[in-house]
Write a protein that binds this ligand. Structure first.
Ligand code: PLP
Length: 363
């Protein structure tokens, strides 16, 4: 029996091959007699899982040698505090607000540093991206924060800004939670990137931080030890017990990405899936996407039915057709299809077929 297509924004669908392997290894991981969940994080077996996961992530994201990969906990929302605790030095931090997630980061950071709103797209209802030339960057910011893919509003940076060219020496911090591993990262433009794993990399509970080494040692004294990047890095992400099972599953996802052709293959699939869905939306008078075409997310596609009174029927019919979790975020309304790496093109095709059918019968 085939599984339904899951369009959840997160925790999100995982590759079926990963779930199959994890279930086969659940009771006895490779002859150890233990489930990965039951192993000491200091055991030889888990050490190998941990090292392989780090190395594979470094390979697929092409992370340069002068960056450290940290496996942490607390998710993206915890990083909204952990980043300023580690990088702000209590000084001014610039924020570019382009949707709910960067707005949350901006608000939380104010507890630990002086925040400066360099630019916002709130006037458009977060449906466009303000040109970097319009950003009002501070002269001596500790860093500049942006969210490179806004999961809720569906706007995505198609390239990262070159802050130097904009007159800022500050390192760029990106929240890439919801599009990590779907496109390459230009590390020459990034000081730190963080992501909760549960969108594109694995289960909830694991947070990925990629940080340039020169930024490791500037935490405020009040920064909790378990969240101090230098301590976490010095202890190879074992300062406290790491989320072992989440790391194991994420490691299987990294292996799956490698087998499938790496991030470049993920990117071309994402382009094909996004083109199919946005192309359909643009051709239809029954459905609309309000996000400006130049900054539409390849991962999160918010859309609306012309007659919102049909929303519940649309969702019920979708569920019956094996298309799950299409309800939009409550702050935006309408529908949202999240089409991360684990969503096959066939899933998007099934969605488009269903939508065309619904339109034929209900328009
Ligand atoms: C999901 C998400 C988060 C929040 O992650 P939590 O694990 O709930 O803390 C942060 N940023 C972005 C862009 C997200 O999509």
């Amino acid at each position: 029996m085939s599984r339904p297509f899951n369009f959840s924004a997160g925790p999100a669908a995982l590759p079926e091959a990963v779930l199959t392997q994890a279930s086969a290894e659940m009771l006895d991981f490779q002859g150890s007699g233990l489930s990965v969940m039951e192993m000491s994080h200091r055991s030889k077996e888990f050490g190998a899982i941990h090292q392989a996961a780090q190395a594979d992530l470094r390979e697929i994201l092409a992370v340069p040698d002068n960056y450290r990969i940290l496996f942490m906990q607390g998710g993206g929302i915890a990083e909204n505090a952990i980043v300023p605790l580690n990088l702000s030095k209590g000084q001014t931090v610039d924020f570019v607000v382009t949707g709910s997630w960067s707005q949350k980061s901006y608000k939380e950071a104010a507890r630990y540093c002086t925040t400066h709103l360099a630019q916002s797209n709130a006037d458009s209802g977060h449906t466009h991206l303000p040109a970097p030339s319009s950003w009002r960057l501070s002269e001596h910011a500790a860093y500049v924060h942006l969210c490179s893919n806004e999961t809720i509003h569906g706007v995505e940076f198609q390239s990262l800004p070159d802050l130097k060219a904009l007159g800022s020496d500050a390192p760029l911090v990106i929240d890439f939670s919801s599009h990590v591993a779907s496109r390459p990262v230009d590390w020459s433009r990034v000081g730190l990137a963080f992501a909760g794993a549960q969108k594109n990399l694995g289960p909830a509970g694991l947070t990925i931080v990629v940080v340039r080494e020169d930024l490791l040692d500037r935490a405020l004294p009040i920064c909790p030890s378990a969240f101090n990047y230098k301590l976490v890095a010095d202890n190879d992400s074992m300062f406290n017990t790491p989320p072992t099972y989440s790391i194991y599953i994420a490691g299987l996802v990294f292996q799956w990405i490698k087998r499938e052709g790496g991030v470049s293959a993920m990117e071309s699939r994402s382009v094909a899936k996004a083109n199919l869905l946005y192309g359909f939306l643009d051709d239809s008078a029954f459905y609309t996407c309000r996000v400006e075409p130049s900054c539409r997310s390849r991962m999160n596609v918010p859309f609306f039915l012309a007659d919102e009174a049909l929303n519940n029927d649309f969702l019920a019919g979708a569920k019956a057709a094996g298309l799950l979790q299409l309800k939009g975020h409550k702050s935006v309304g309408g529908m949202r299809a999240s089409i991360y790496n684990a969503m096959p093109l066939a899933g998007v095709q099934a969605l488009v077929d269903y939508m065309a059918d619904f339109e034929r019968h209900r328009a």
